[in-house]
Design a protein around this ligand. Sequence first.
Ligand SMILES: *Cc1c(COP(=O)(O)O)cnc(C)c1O
Length: 392
Amino acid sequence: MHKWKFMDEKVQKLKDDGVYRELPVNHGPCDHVIELDGRRVINLSSNNYLGFATHPRVMRAAKEAVDEYGAGAGAVRTIVGNQDLIEKLEDLLAEFKQEEAVVAFQSGLNCNIGVIQAIVEKGDLIISDELNHASIIDGVRLSKADKAVYKHSDTDDLERILKERRDDYRNVLIITDGVFSMDGDLAPLEKIVELAKQYDALTYVDDAHGSGVLGRSGRGTVDHLGLHGEVDFIVGTLSKAIGVVGGYVATKKRVKEWLLHRARPLLFSTALPPAATAATIESVKMLMESEEYTDKLWENAKYFKKNLEKLGFDTGISETPITPVMIGEEAKTLEFSKALLEAGVFVSGIVYPTVPKGKGRCRVMISASHTREDLDEAISAFEKAGRSLGVI
Ligand SMILES: *Cc1c(COP(=O)(O)O)cnc(C)c1O
């Protein structure tokens, strides 16, 4: 028997199930308009919320850092990879987030898989929202703590678990996304914080889609809800609104001391490259200097949503610039996305198993970099596709 038969069978199964796909190729920067597979299309699918991925100031900072610091950090942080740029980024982020300390990681995913397993252990319990991001799920799996899952944003279910199980454990860690990426809804953080106090639990919020988007100058969901000092671990990404790559946790100094000894991505994976670190520093500075970028993002998001709703589309329950345009059936969702692409607008169709069956949607990610013309062109493409497919 051929030794790769098992792999060929897996790939064949993807094809049989109709879920096999080629990756689209973007022949240039991730801008408001991109050249995807050789065609100019309006990009409504990036996480580059503020347009910082191509901002001249951010790009210049990256180039200058290469000249001064080289292309790579050369080692893990605990050996000689801890360039002063990384320390500078952490101090700046701590100031921005108004927290005691920040630890930076190579990505948001790395941060979750490194932090969760470092802070809870056997004898502890993790309680996690059922719709938490895959990197949280992986972080939880890597931990030796016991695990429990509560229904999405259902604080009664969370309290039930706390009531039944709190006394059996030393530490309990409640983990939630700040903003859920598929629907754009916010976690019920006020209530979670209240329950955590009542049941003596720690709180962990992954705010990847909230940082740079919600709160004053994009300080995040915790700032937006006025909960400074109430959340024990606030994770953010530098890969989405900040426009580059990286992740971080904002927390207490004592936690930072521990993580610098035990967070495995810091010990066993090379540190952020200087270009990325310097570019993120510049992005965060830009946010701290002005609300112009976040204001533009929200203005664009409101304009787009208002016009789609006027046309009769269902834009779901989003409270953020994430705009899921609900289509329903899986095949129709993919057909809708294809019709948009033919009209020069790229919006990925998201279907089961990423979202529940029958809840297929074309998820629009609005950015401050979109011009009014981009949005108008996209709105008319939605109208055309919506009418021809009987969605509106
Ligand atoms: C995108 C995302 C991440 C991963 O961030 P990267 O920096 O891209 O690795 C982690 N958590 C949540 C909730 C996310 O949405």
